[in-house]
Write a protein that binds this ligand. Structure first.
Ligand code: TYC
Length: 101
């Protein structure tokens, strides 16, 4: 290791520090059908119908909803796959990631 000391790493920090987690955010829009959002959440995030419906309705009512948290790679891949599935069907559905506080 370089010996550089960053904000999140001190000389005494344990070597087993957990990786930073990233939230996957689901954004509302006026065009993607509710049922499609539910399908994508079930397929990409292994949610039940009930969970997916609740998350979809939260985004619909509040503008966005946190779907789940993952390590960076997994969060980015799932957000990209879900967004891509919507693009293939011509829907503007958007999922993005943001670091947890
Ligand atoms: N607002 C959309 C509609 O009324 C449904 C929707 C819900 C779209 C959640 C995106 O993240 C979303 N058809």
């Amino acid at each position: 290791m370089s010996g550089l000391i960053t904000d999140r790493q001190t000389k005494d920090a344990p070597k087993t520090e957990r990786p930073r987690l990233y939230k996957v955010l689901l954004f509302n829009d006026d065009f993607t059908p509710r049922e499609f959002v539910v399908q994508v959440l079930k397929a990409e995030f292994s949610m039940s119908e009930e969970q997916a419906f609740r998350v979809m309705m939260t985004a619909h009512r509040r503008g966005l909803c946190v779907v789940a948290v993952f390590v960076k790679d997994v969060a980015e891949t799932k957000a990209a796959r879900a967004t891509e599935a919507a693009r293939k069907q011509g829907f503007p559905l958007l999922l993005d990631v943001e670091p947890e506080d």
